[in-house]
Design a binder for this molecule. Structure first.
Ligand SMILES: C[S@@+](CC[C@H](N)C(=O)[O-])C[C@H]1O[C@@H](n2cnc3c(N)ncnc32)[C@H](O)[C@@H]1O
Length: 264
């Protein structure tokens, strides 16, 4: 692995001029000035083989705990034999962790529009009740009120139309079913915001760019976080989409939020 990373470092995928263009495209996509859907799909397809490594390295492995906490908020004990949707499932970490929940005997549908991400995570799902489905979050190939609950980890921030995505989840979740969102958010404390801003804007694009070979992806990440609705606003948008009892919790110095609500 180290040799591969070193080789990647010594042979940059593109010359510096193109790197600037790559970073500019990332900022434009995050701001919605360019085709965000197309940018996001191409970017995740590109970084898919290295996504898991990057995730764990750049979050200091804290991401595993965040996902477990979000899964607990889904409360699958209410319908342990049910069918659950893992939206923007990527390399299936949430799907697999959910399927491993003690007492769980249902199915998990892991939906993502970047097939390469699902493929990169396929081996983790071997022997688990997990199905990967290539699908767009705003047009799911599922009947209305067909799943017992839904969860999305680090996915909704990437949607070109957030409200359309939330409404689509509300369409497929049965009345009373839970919906949980795990997502990065802007920390409320100014001190944490400053430190987090330095890490996200200075450290992350360099390390993420070197490890992934796609510097744009790690420019896009802080830009998309900065433009994503605050935790209270996301709560309001969940209510507007048809969820009740919406609550949220901030984790890790307010850098991450877990929102949960029930389908009305
Ligand atoms: C940051 S990754 C998160 C993956 C996974 N949930 C995790 O926790 O690691 C975001 C994923 O969302 C997917 N995605 C973004 N927009 C999507 C859309 N409109 N429809 C389906 N998947 C989408 C991307 O392809 C990518 O795999």
């Amino acid at each position: 692995m180290l040799a591969a990373l070193k080789a990647r470092h010594e042979l940059p995928r593109m010359p510096p001029a193109n790197q600037h263009a790559e970073e500019r495209s990332a900022v434009e996509a995050a701001s919605g000035a360019a085709d965000k859907r197309g940018y996001v799909q191409a970017m995740f397809s590109d970084i898919a083989p290295r996504y898991d490594l990057l995730n764990h390295v750049l979050s200091f492995n804290i991401d595993r705990g965040w996902r477990r906490k979000a899964i607990a908020a889904l409360d699958v004990q209410k319908a342990p034999a049910g069918t659950y949707l893992d939206l923007c499932a990527g390399t299936l970490d949430v799907s697999v962790e959910l399927a491993r929940t003690p007492g769980f005997s249902g199915w998990v549908l892991g939906a993502d529009f970047a097939e390469a991400m699902l493929r990169a995570g396929r081996s983790k799902a071997t022997g688990r009740a997990v199905f990967g489905v290539t699908a767009d979050a705003v047009a799911l190939p599922l009947q209305s009120a067909s799943v017992d609950g839904a969860i999305v980890a680090f996915g909704v921030r990437n949607l070109a139309d957030l409200d359309a995505g939330l409404r689509e989840v509300a369409r497929v979740v049965k009345p009373g079913g839970r919906f949980v969102i795990l997502e990065f958010t802007t920390p409320p404390s100014a001190i944490v915001r400053a430190a987090y801003g330095f890490y996200s804007n200075r450290v992350l694009p360099v390390i993420g760019g070197l490890l992934s070979g796609n510097r744009g992806a790690y420019r896009y990440l802080p830009e998309s976080i900065a433009r994503f609705p605050s935790a209270p606003e996301l709560g309001e948008r969940l209510k507007a989409a048809g969820f009740t009892g919406v609550r949220w919790e901030l984790l890790t110095l307010g850098t991450v939020a877990i929102h949960a609500g029930s389908r009305a």
